[in-house]
Design a protein around this ligand. Structure first.
Ligand code: B12
Length: 162
């Protein structure tokens, strides 16, 4: 008997698979019944699986550097489809620079993701999220405010190449 049902996916551009294997095992170890949609997951497959399976949680993992873009695309598709509302988290290496992590996290939270897990402490923070979700429901989660790294607020005005 599982504690929750999760759909696991990545973005259409991402062919890495060991991150998905790792996440599936981590979710199962924490009580999840997991449908792993595999690498280069088509957006329409994720939307269909969420609508038909009614999971408790959608988990997106991406490491190829294009995950932030793919997460925005997927969120828009889920919001446009009826019956596809689901608590959703994204994590991994979502861009090609660690210094993007907090900015991207704030953008994805604003776009409707429940939480975003990047950086060295992603997995322990995610396990705490799972514990809280199992106890109170994933839709009750309030993502802690993103830490703003000093370099994220430096305006880029005047640095463009001419
Ligand atoms: C193996 C590998 C490949 C293999 C993948 C084979 C396969 N079928 O899986 C191949 C050779 C195909 C490949 C291709 C590419 N790769 Co590659 N690849 C790797 C490599 C060496 C290991 C990835 C891996 O399997 N790790 C093991 C898993 C278990 O760990 P993980 O993926 O890091 O995930 C961990 C965390 O990120 C986190 N996590 C991940 N997702 C989530 C989600 C949540 C919710 C949470 C909480 C945590 C979490 O938890 C995991 C455990 O700690 C990494 C470098 C590295 N050492 O990490 C590069 C790497 C991921 N690849 C990279 C790149 C750029 C590419 C290519 C674009 C290269 C190219 N120019 O063609 C292509 C992209 C292909 C595509 N369309 O996606 C970059 C990504 C850069 C970035 N994001 O900044 C990396 C980081 C290498 C680098 N340092 O530049 N790659």
């Amino acid at each position: 008997m599982s504690d929750f049902r999760a759909v696991l996916c990545t973005v259409e551009s991402d062919s890495h698979m060991w991150n998905l294997v790792y996440l599936q095992l981590l979710l199962e170890e924490n009580g999840g019944d997991v449908v792993n949609l595999g690498a280069c997951t088509p957006v329409r497959d994720v939307v269909e699986k969420v609508r038909s399976g009614r999971p408790d949680l959608l988990v997106l993992s991406s490491v190829n550097g294009h995950g932030a873009h793919g997460a925005r695309v997927l969120r828009a598709a889920l919001q446009a489809a009826s019956g596809a509302a689901v608590p959703s988290v994204a994590g991994g290496k979502l861009t090609t620079a660690e210094s993007d992590n907090d900015r991207v996290r704030r953008e994805l939270l604003a776009a409707g993701w429940t939480d975003v897990f990047t950086g060295d402490d992603a997995v322990p923070r995610f396990v705490r999220f799972l514990d809280a979700g199992k106890a109170r429901g994933f839709d009750r989660w309030h993502a802690p405010e993103a830490v703003v790294a000093p370099w994220d607020d430096v305006p880029l005005v005047g640095t463009e190449v001419r």
